[in-house]
Ligand binder design. Structure first.
Ligand code: SF4
Length: 734
């Protein structure tokens, strides 16, 4: 293993052991709460679409909005400063603090101030800075970076925080319960708030028409920090400006639900600074508050720090729509297990952090964790502003690949890499991105290739040079491909008698490895009077895309469309066995093909069990399929669930007499090449353990295990004693 792989593997293992349990418990609690809370909304999708539209318009008109909010805030009596970058923001804020002769600053609710590292800057100038929100305060005491956008100390358990406080503070009695800890922090920080000269907050949104800042919080410290100090500095990225107060409605509905699963957060503060309340003088008990002057100073610091450039970047622009709710992180299986200290950069964490870090800190920061996004797409439907987070990760991965050192090209895999990528591309990525070539070769030389690949020296070489973990079983290639089998056998339903005509897309695994599921798909479709053809068509581009090889994926997409276009033109349906390839056709091809080509292919493509379901719904004879009364444990594929197609498989299996229970874990942990990679093997298995646990309970341990995706099938094969099967193999006549 290379040094960097070894270090990454060790770091992930260490985080799994030290922080994994706390992160898992907290993120899955938030996530379950979100599922429950959005369920109660009448029109969740409509709300998301409105939120998205507001952000799209706001970012499109950002320069005008910044001008408008500046005029409004100045008319209200405040000052707006547009900070170009971190140093500019630090300088301006330090000047405000120095002009005020401030010794102490209290802060609440601001990831953006974390981004500009204002605490260190002010502290280096002799100013005391106190975080007043519990999570941030814990991190300040521990001298740690946040591990989550919304709950920065999510990686620490209550016991852990109690130990930390006991070690740092001279408390009267040991702090044990959550109440003890909160009470202690509240009292300790109340003193800091009383003594502070400047209050610093972030802002979830800033409205251009009124100059209002919206703060959506679980604690009331932002209000205290603003009300008790006479100088308020609000720090926000420029992207936080929305046109009007009325635009806040969908966000207020969505943000708490998306982040922590709360119908509404404990505090939704709408402040229009400078606020009119008098500043209390805690040293003067005599003077009534009403007699104190409302003489307040307000500075809104809007931070660019790369955002305006992101706005001009067609792929990174969507990042600016992000409302930092963390739903993407909470629904991400990898994040649930390692948290933001592995899955994050200098400031931001989780899937969308790739966009933020690449935009504000540069691609090097994003490169550290970008590969932890497996592209499973579970976050896509969870994002309240409909951001295609996996695509941003893919684009940034591609840019990181292109920045790789061309001198590092390893000739070991040159013959296996007929791709469009730069010479310096990581050998491991190049190997997995060109899996189709390896599969072709492996199949043409099987069974010898299978024997050679499994031999000790070859496994060692694969591990050493390519980083393929030796603990993972390799796929076994079939000598006769699925397409060859079909060419010899031919179709069994005449087009003249057929209910429908279908082209069955022979994805790489179905064609070279799991030919049995392809054959079963043909038998099932033909049993329902479908004329099937299996075209000569290559890989969908999924494998290169998952490695960030966008241009190679684009080439493959064009070839696939070229080969399928005549069938699409002839009105034949395209049936796909592998859900991740169907997801390519439905989602990623939108980015890789001309609009009309993508639309036509997407409209006419179906997952095989979805198609069987449709045939049965339209009068197909269920008795023509294999019926049975097996007890089944079913795991549907991530991308299949994102497309809303999991229920069709369950419905077909139940209609044919099976008793089905389904897993509800976010992901099996394998996601294509991810689980083969040495640096990620332990994480892949740790994530998979959730699925294994669900399939080894009293209710499930004797059930036939069924899964839709190739990677899920491979992962389940590793995790369980039972050999899993594709659902179409259960329903196809023998
Ligand atoms: S990308 Fe979407 S889900 Fe993730 S934090 Fe931003 S708004 Fe929330």
């Amino acid at each position: 293993m290379s040094d960097s792989r070894r270090q990454k593997a060790a770091r992930i293992r260490s985080l799994l052991e030290t922080e994994g349990d706390a992160v898992f418990e907290n993120t899955t609690t938030f996530n379950d709460g979100r599922y429950e809370s959005v369920e109660k909304l009448d029109d969740y999708e409509g709300l998301k679409a409105r939120a998205r539209a507001i952000k799209e318009d706001a970012i499109a008109n950002l320069p005008d909005l910044v001008e408008a909010v500046t005029e409004t805030v100045e008319a209200n009596g405040g000052t707006v400063y547009l900070a170009e970058d971190e140093a500019d923001a630090q300088r301006y804020i330090a000047e405000v603090v120095e002009d005020r002769d401030a010794d102490s600053v209290v802060k609440s609710k601001s990831m953006t101030s974390e981004e500009i590292e204002i605490n260190d800057h002010l502290q280096s100038r002799g100013v005391d800075v106190w975080e007043t929100d519990l999570g941030e305060f814990v991190l300040q005491v521990a001298d740690e970076a946040p591990s989550h956008i919304v709950a920065p100390a999510i990686h620490r358990s209550r016991e852990n925080i109690a130990e930390l406080f006991d070690a740092h503070f001279d408390t009267d009695a040991p702090l044990e319960t959550a109440e003890d800890l909160t009470e202690f922090a509240r009292e300790y920080l109340a003193e800091r708030i009383k003594d502070a000269d400047v209050g610093m907050t972030g802002a979830n949104f800033v409205t251009a028409d009124t100059g209002t800042i919206a703060l959506v919080t679980s604690e009331g410290n932002a209000r205290k920090s603003v009300a008790t100090t006479d100088t308020h500095v609000a720090v926000a990225g420029v992207e936080k400006v929305v046109p009007s107060l009325g635009d806040l409605q969908p966000f207020v509905e969505l943000i708490g639900r998306s982040g922590t699963g709360q119908d509404i957060t404990a505090y939704v503060s709408l402040l229009t600074p400078p606020v009119g309340t008098p500043v209390p003088d805690f040293d003067d008990d005599e003077t009534p508050l009403a007699e104190a002057g409302p003489d307040r100073d307000y500075h809104l610091v809007l931070i660019d720090n790369g955002r305006m450039a992101m706005r001009d970047d067609d792929d990174l622009r969507e990042t600016l729509y992000c409302i930092r709710c963390s739903a993407c992180a909470n629904s991400c299986a990898n994040f649930q297990h390692v948290g933001g200290h592995a899955f994050g950069g200098e400031t931001y964490s989780g899937g969308i952090a790739t966009g933020w870090e690449a935009g504000v800190h540069g691609e090097d920061s994003a490169a550290e964790f970008n590969d932890l996004c497996t592209g499973c797409s579970r976050c896509v439907n969870q994002c309240p502003v409909e951001i295609d987070i996996p695509w941003i990760n893919t684009v940034v991965r591609d840019r990181i690949n292109r920045g790789a050192d061309p001198d590092t090209f390893d000739f070991l895999v040159e013959g296996l890499t007929p791709d469009e990528e730069p010479a310096g591309l990581d050998v491991q990525k190049r190997f997995f991105g060109n899996f189709e070539t390896a599969a072709k070769l492996g199949s043409a030389t099987a069974p010898l290739s299978n024997w050679v690949m499994d031999a000790g020296p070859v496994r060692s070489a694969l591990e050493r040079f390519v980083g393929v973990d030796s603990r993972r079983d390799l796929p076994t290639f079939e000598r006769e491909t699925f397409r060859e089998w079909f060419a010899t056998r031919g179709p069994r339903v005449d087009p003249a008698d057929a209910a429908r005509e279908v082209v069955l897309y022979p994805d790489v695994y179905t064609n070279y490895v799991s030919t049995a599921r392809g054959k079963a798909a043909v038998r099932a479709l033909e049993a329902l009077d479908v004329h099937v053809t299996v075209p000569a068509v290559g890989e969908s581009g999924r494998a290169p895309l998952s490695q960030g090889m966008v241009s190679t994926a684009g080439e493959k997409a064009s070839r696939v469309y070229g080969a399928l276009a005549e069938h699409v033109d002839a009105g034949r349906d395209v049936v796909v066995v592998e859900p991740s390839d169907l997801a390519m056709f439905a989602r990623e091809y939108e980015r890789l093909l001309p609009e009309r080509s993508h639309e036509r292919l997407a409209e006419q493509s179906y997952e095989v069990m979805e198609y069987v379901y449709g045939l049965l719904e339209n009068g197909g004879d269920p008795d023509a399929l294999a019926t049975g009364n097996e007890a089944v444990a079913y795991h549907s594929h991530c991308q299949q669930r994102t497309l809303g197609l999991a229920a069709h498989t369950v419905a077909v299996l139940e209609q044919l007499g099976h008793d089905v229970v389904t897993s509800d874990v976010e992901c099996c942990g394998m996601a294509g090449s991810f689980g083969y990679k040495q640096e990620y093997y332990d994480l892949s298995m740790d994530v998979g353990d959730e699925l294994a646990t669900q399939f080894t309970t009293d209710e499930t341990r004797d059930r036939t295990v069924v899964a839709s995706g190739t990677s899920c099938l491979e992962q389940l094969d590793s995790l369980l004693q039972r050999v899993p099967t594709h659902p179409v193999e259960l329903v196809a006549p023998r």
